[in-house]
Design a protein around this ligand. Structure first.
Ligand code: 4NP
Length: 151
């Protein structure tokens, strides 16, 4: 899961997907990272932690880190939140195979839309709730697609 700061959208995405995979008894590694160094080592934004907690998911112990090229080797799928994240990840891709792993997370729920999960950082808590709703939709489909062997 990739966003810009790795303190709002992608840690929420990491937490919600990990919880759904656990509940579905699916073993998979989930991680998140960003491209902006400013928050490296920080916990998720308190509003992200609160909204996740209100939905039964604890993301308080996650720590922000930067994307690295070896993530292309470590992970089968790389989900981005918006076009900026896509371009950031694509700029580090070494091969066509790396690039094939990258997709907009909302494409799972709305194929081909390249829909963005908007950055909630500068808004209020309602933006974080909206982020959670979008990620809930997308991660439901991720789990469903894994079950059906489509991911
Ligand atoms: P995120 O939101 O990409 O969803 O984690 C952001 C949080 C902080 C910054 C940018 C985006 N920042 O530049 O500080």
């Amino acid at each position: 899961m990739v966003c810009l700061g790795n303190i709002c959208r992608s840690p929420m995405a990491e937490g919600i997907l990990r919880e759904k995979l656990r509940a579905a008894n699916i073993e998979a590694e989930v991680d998140s990272c960003g491209f902006e160094a400013f928050h490296v080592g920080d916990s998720p934004d308190h509003r992200a932690i609160e909204v996740a907690r209100a939905n039964g998911v604890d993301i308080s112990r996650l720590k922000a880190r930067l994307f690295k090229a070896s993530d292309f080797d470590e992970f089968d799928h790389i989900f981005v939140m918006d076009k900026t994240n896509y371009n950031d990840v694509a700029s580090v891709a070494r091969t066509e195979k790396d690039l094939e792993k990258v997709d907009f997370i909302m494409n799972r729920a709305y194929p081909g839309s390249n829909m963005a999960v908007p950055d909630p950082y500068y808004g209020g808590t309602s933006g974080f709730r909206k982020t959670w709703e979008m990620l809930d939709q997308a991660t439901n489909r991720i789990v469903e697609d894994i079950r059906k062997g489509k991911l």
